[in-house]
Design a protein around this ligand. Structure first.
Ligand code: FAD
Length: 465
């Protein structure tokens, strides 16, 4: 296939594979989200940092928009290009460059998948602090560029909190190293060094401020023992108060995962497995916990957590653990999601963070939307963090017939979530229309973007920029 002038220029720079055929480009139009996609003019599969520099430089010179994409699994539209754009595919930048056990760091390229990295670390008795429940195919670069979280969040909070430093190709094509690695001889070992934290600028930026080409991540010893248990609560308020107590008393130290389930999810799973079970005896809210650590530490913490739960009307809900939560783990569904929902195919995912007291209002928004839009299946779930929680509203729809309508309903729901105090955590395109609501924060971000990317080539429209 003959390449265009731009394609020849991009391919001529290094070992990158350039795709321009419309059929080859079909898979680059959209990610898994409901956000609209576009028809890119080219995709560049970068194989080296030089390829990235060359692609960014060429895009800048020609003022062609450039979007970065890895596995495209983020449900937020951050990797969705506009028409005519170049997509920089970072998935082949997938080398584990170094596991430095002395420094407690792994230095990786952004396209490395969590599956590959965890397998390599596991051989050395190590693991990562925070891992999205993403399936083995999700990449580290995609997760940190979109504020990933998941397993490990009760202990370590967010994927970004586990980043010790970055190498980034700026929109100008210049290379930047952040943290202690700004001094080449020192390398990566301290995130907070020299002056303000420039690492943070690229975390959650969805590719709008530069292309991340190296990531230094903290690594941790793999916990020796793991068990799950579930606590049921009479309502969302008591569940929320319990979560606050858990966090403020530092009882999350040996918790690696916590998932909050609403009444509908509890009922569907319990009655689905045991049709004769008395629905009235089910709790309205439950928190499923995955504890890992030394055996005696887990046992001690579990006893303290259960005692704390009782103060808020919490009871042991072993049945849910047995038929659903622990079962997924035993079945070796390693990436067990907080609701097992993803198996149901097309869904809109509206992801947000909230303070614990907002939890009842978050579920109220879902309940209201269920009534207003019975044509979709609405679900909600929470992921426990060290502080606060993350929530996802999941809206199942029929892609062929309902795509336009589910987008309108989702946008309204996003506004309602903001109205009750939830804030986006995977913003991309899904939350882009609401960015104006973040006032001076967004204005400052736009100024920063203008300074780094005066031609506005990196991911236009993403994050409302
Ligand atoms: C079943 C399932 C469960 C999931 N569970 C979770 C979960 O629990 N927690 C969670 O956080 N996520 C979850 N996800 C979302 C997502 O899969 C992960 O966050 C994943 O790690 C993102 O990687 P990706 O390669 O798919 O990123 P992509 O979707 O390709 O990209 C995401 C964003 O990052 C930007 N980007 C990608 N690479 C770079 C780079 N090198 N430099 C700059 N910007 C870049 C893109 O432009 C885009 O804006 C889930 C997804 C699925 C399908």
């Amino acid at each position: 296939m003959k390449l265009s002038q731009l394609g020849t220029e991009l391919a001529g720079q290094g070992g990158a594979l350039v795709l321009e055929d419309k059929i080859d480009l079909l898979g680059y139009r959209r990610d898994t989200s409901i956000a609209p996609g576009g028809n890119p003019s080219a995709a560049v599969i970068a194989r080296s940092v030089e390829d990235v520099v060359a692609t960014v430089t060429a895009a800048n010179r020609r003022k062609v928009p450039l979007y970065v994409r890895a596995a495209g699994s983020t449900y937020a539209g951050g990797a969705n290009p506009c028409d005519g754009a170049i997509v920089l595919d970072a998935s082949a930048l997938n080398r584990i460059l170094k596991i430095d056990e002395d420094r407690g760091l792994a230095l990786v390229e952004p396209g490395v998948t969590y599956g590959a990295l965890l397998a390599e670390l596991g051989r050395r008795g190590l693991t990562l602090g925070v891992v999205p429940l993403t399936g083995a195919a999700g990449t580290v670069g995609g997760a940190i560029a979109s504020h990933g979280l998941g397993t490990g969040s009760p202990r370590y909070q967010s994927t970004g909190d586990e980043v010790a430093g970055l190498e980034v190709v700026l929109p100008s094509g210049e290379m930047l190293r952040t943290g202690s690695a700004a001094l080449a001889d020192a390398g990566f070992f301290a995130r907070y060094a020299i002056g303000p934290d420039l690492t943070g600028m690229f975390l959650g930026a969805n590719g709008s401020l530069g292309v991340i080409t190296k990531i230094a991540l903290w690594v941790h010893p793999k916990p020796e023992y793991q068990e799950t248990f579930v606590l049921g609560f009479p309502d969302y308020d008591s569940g929320a108060s319990f979560i606050s107590a858990l966090q403020i008393k530092d009882l999350t130290h040996n918790l690696w995962y916590g998932a909050g389930y609403e009444d509908k999810a509890i009922e569907a799973r319990v009655i689905g497995a045991k049709p004769q079970f008395d629905r009235a005896a089910l709790p309205r809210f439950c928190l499923a916990l995955d504890a890992r650590g030394a055996n005696e530490d887990v046992a001690r913490d579990r006893a303290r957590i259960v005692a704390e739960a009782r103060k808020f009307g919490g009871v042991d809900f072993a049945l849910f653990d047995e038929i659903f939560f622990a079962k997924l783990r035993r079945d070796n569904t390693f990436w067990y999601s907080y609701a097992g929902y993803f198996a149901r195919s097309m869904c809109a995912l509206l992801m947000c963070s909230m303070a614990n007291e907002t939890i009842p209002r978050f579920f109220r928004v879902i309940e209201d939307n269920r009534e207003t839009h019975p044509e979709f299946v609405w679900a909600g779930g929470l992921v426990l963090c060290r502080r606060g929680v993350h929530g996802a509203v999941i809206v199942f729809y029929n892609e062929r017939e309902q795509w336009e309508r589910v987008r309108i309903a989702s946008e309204r729901c996003c506004n309602e979530l903001l109205g009750v105090g939830c804030v986006p955590y995977k913003s991309g395109r899904v939350w882009a229309p609401m960015m104006g609501r973040f006032g001076r924060y967004h204005a400052t971000l736009a100024r920063l973007k203008k300074a780094l990317d005066p031609n506005g080539i990196m991911s236009p429209e993403i994050l409302g920029l």
